[in-house]
Design a binder for this molecule. Sequence first.
Ligand SMILES: NC(=O)c1ccc[n+]([C@@H]2O[C@H](COP(=O)([O-])OP(=O)(O)OC[C@H]3O[C@@H](n4cnc5c(N)ncnc54)[C@H](OP(=O)(O)O)[C@@H]3O)[C@@H](O)[C@H]2O)c1
Length: 268
Amino acid sequence: MSIKLGILGGGVMAEAILSRLITANIYATDEILVSDPLAQRRDFLQQKYGIRATFENRSVVASDILLLAIKPQVLDLVIAEMANESLQKPSLVISILAGVPLARLEAAFPQIPVVRAMPNTPATVGAGITAIAPGKKVEASHLNLAKSIFAAVGEVVEVPETLMDAVTGLSGSGPAYVAIAIEALADGGVAAGLSRTVAMQLALATVFGTTKLLQESGLHPAELKDRVSSPGGTTIAGVIELESAGFRSALIEAVLAATRRSRELGKS
Ligand SMILES: NC(=O)c1ccc[n+]([C@@H]2O[C@H](COP(=O)([O-])OP(=O)(O)OC[C@H]3O[C@@H](n4cnc5c(N)ncnc54)[C@H](OP(=O)(O)O)[C@@H]3O)[C@@H](O)[C@H]2O)c1
């Protein structure tokens, strides 16, 4: 059986993607080959998902679609490892390496279409959002293939590569901002007398439920806020505190700061 999907690096994100591709029947277990230097990790992936695993990166590069899921710091090493090999080339390379530009990937895999993708951590529970940016040689069929892979772990949006730093600043770093907001909401509940367990349950369900409501109703967030803020009521009292603490601008500045940092790291 030929390898349809080769994954370089069998870490957290690789596992999230491959497990859901198998569940969604997008690839059969014997169509996926993963390379990882750690025998224990390879054994785990093989036993849990029934996929094939190897320590040889060259076998993985010979697959039809190559997914790069190593840490960005390892990329040069892996490229150098491949340099003198005469390999059967993949028909598409997809990279999830944060901050690694298409130009560098296209130089490493000349003549091969390359898609750059930026998933986020909720992908590990199938609720991620992945932004994908096509390289110069990418055709519609390649893009559809990349979209179908990331659709297995959540939503997919297409952006030009110039906006990948902004994506990193919003959906890439965003889970940390939301986690802080959830923790703080729970702290507020504890301060108001709730147990930690109940406060956390209320905070998590409120954030999840509000997201679901906004998504399913199509309501603008401001409209929802207006609907729950009755004159002289509790919610508007809380909103006044958020506004005077600069909650809104703090989030805007957080996204901008992370975007700038992503840009800086991409240059180094
Ligand atoms: N996690 C996220 O939320 C997220 C979001 C967006 C983008 N990304 C990107 O996704 C990539 C993977 O992230 P991750 O969180 O999945 O990291 P990770 O869990 O550390 O996965 C990387 C895997 O690559 C393996 N590896 C190291 N050297 C290798 C080599 N020479 N050849 C083959 N495999 C090698 C590592 O093995 P060892 O552990 O033995 O070194 C590890 O299993 C990164 O480039 C990151 O920027 C991640």
